[in-house]
Design a protein around this ligand. Structure first.
Ligand code: FAD
Length: 418
């Protein structure tokens, strides 16, 4: 066999590419990975804030797959071959114990994403995979009848089977710059245009930016379209220098993106979702009674969640004179304050871009792929994985589980000659 002829050629050494390559090699195939970066797994290193939410530990397969929305029906055969339980076995048998945290999110017990990358590196090394880093694929040679090679500049690599694992377009600095989409479109696949998904929100108001860096655990946000209630969710919000992030916001972003097409989107944050207006007013009265002779601005810290006074004060401007003594705050003014704590106002200006998106929605429609093998229905010797696929999903380990499952299935079938 010529030096550069392989059984399976994997383009992209991210989560799904490493899994696919390792699996094909484990089945005895001669495998090459071409990776444009100087090291593999750049996106994995930053996943889960460096802790890597490796999968979701939901035990009920139907519930798990339901989270993938319209893709659910396509995923049963993939997960029958490699499920979230297999992810646990795969990593734990390779000395990477996992722990399950809130919302069934599983992480490496070390909470180090780098440990996940190293485990996968060992997997490909043990299988004898050839890894060429600093090797951007610049051209794909072939047509609908099949791929005959890929070019890295002047160098051509060939293989019997190809697995494209080049990801999508979120966080392009990690290497995912949409190259795969361009090649696939030329080869006859259709591509649903990628849009940022699981992404923070930009808001018009200044007050959230004053709380930048602070996260509040139990907040309820309600979104409105043209003033009409659209939906509410409760969870953790992170305030940033541009607006809002955190799990609650990231998981609302797809729905908000749809609303933005319909008109003006506003929102309110309820800082005390478990306390009704009456009870909240009574607790404010009790704080006021104990601090009658103090200025309102100095007492505010006792009625708002810890550390949020600097964000709330500007919202009272023009409504209540915060320098006045608490005993002279009128009943109406007190009600304004209480209502505000139950409904901090926001105007959504838009979603942040791909640079801050966890995933980009869009990609190859699943009806163009044989989901039992991840083989392209358009190009016979090509397999596709991970973020290249048009599958919407929430945060919580669902994206990486897709990479493990589709990577494993693609590796298995590319190796088996089906
Ligand atoms: C900030 C952030 C945090 C995240 N956290 C989580 C999390 O905790 N849990 C979770 O489930 N999901 C998370 N995700 C999503 C998850 O990381 C992705 O779904 C996953 O990494 C996609 O893997 P992939 O193999 O499809 O592609 P990628 O990881 O994008 O890998 C593609 C690889 O292909 C290479 N490549 C691209 N073009 C070429 C080319 N022309 N030639 C050669 N190589 C090329 C790239 O350099 C890259 O290494 C996160 C995403 C982001 C951005």
């Amino acid at each position: 066999m010529a030096e550069d002829v392989y059984d399976v050629l994997v383009v992209g050494g991210g989560a799904s590419g490493l899994m696919a390559a390792g699996r094909a090699a484990e089945l005895g195939k001669r495998v090459l990975i071409l990776e444009k970066n100087k090291r593999v797994g750049e996106k994995l290193y930053i996943s889960g804030g460096g802790r890597c939410n490796i999968t979701n530990a939901e035990e009920d397969e139907r519930v798990l797959l339901h989270a993938y929305g319209k893709a659910e029906q396509f995923l049963y055969s993939v997960f029958a071959q490699f499920s979230n339980k297999d992810t646990f076995t795969f990593f734990e048998s390779r000395k990477l114990p996992l722990v399950v945290q809130a919302r069934k999110r599983a992480f490496p017990a070390s909470e180090k994403a780098a440990d996940v990358v190293h485990t996968l590196e060992r997997y490909i090394t043990d299988g004898g995979v050839t890894l060429r880093t600093n090797s951007p694929v610049t051209r794909v040679l072939g047509d609908k009848t099949g791929i005959i090679g890929v070019a890295c500049g002047a160098k051509i690599y060939t293989a019997k089977k190809y697995i494209f694992c080049t990801g999508s377009v979120s966080h392009p600095e990690t290497g995912s710059t949409g190259d795969g989409f361009k090649w696939l479109e030329k080869l006859g696949h259709s591509i649903e245009s990628p849009t940022p998904s699981i992404v923070p929100l930009k808001v018009k108001e200044v007050w959230p930016t004053l709380l930048s860096g602070m996260s509040l655990s139990f907040m309820k946000i309600t979104f409105f379209i043209e003033g009409k209630k659209a939906f509410s969710k409760t969870g953790k919000i992170l305030f940033t220098h541009f607006g809002l992030s955190g799990p609650l916001i990231l998981n609302s972003s797809t729905a908000v993106s749809d609303l933005l097409y319909e008109g003006v989107v506003t929102a309110t944050i309820d800082m005390y979702p478990d306390t009704d207006l009456g009870a909240l007013e009574r607790s404010v009265i009790s704080v006021f009674d104990k601090n009658k002779n103090k200025a309102l601005k100095n007492v505010l810290k006792d009625v708002v969640p810890d550390g949020t006074t600097r964000g709330i004060l500007p919202l009272l401007e023009g409504k209540i004179d915060v320098t006045k003594k608490v005993h002279s705050v009128t009943k109406e003014e007190r009600k304004v304050l209480v209502h505000l704590l139950k409904a901090l106002p926001l105007t959504v200006e838009g979603l942040m871009g791909f640079d801050r998106a966890v995933i980009a929605d869009g990609g190859v429609p699943l009806n163009e792929i044989d989901m039992r093998s991840m083989q392209s229905k358009k190009i016979p010797n090509l397999y596709l994985t991970g973020d290249l696929l048009h599958i919407n999903r929430p945060s919580g380990g669902y994206s990486l589980q897709l990479c493990w499952s589709t990577g494993y299935v693609a590796g298995t079938h590319a190796a088996s000659g089906e």
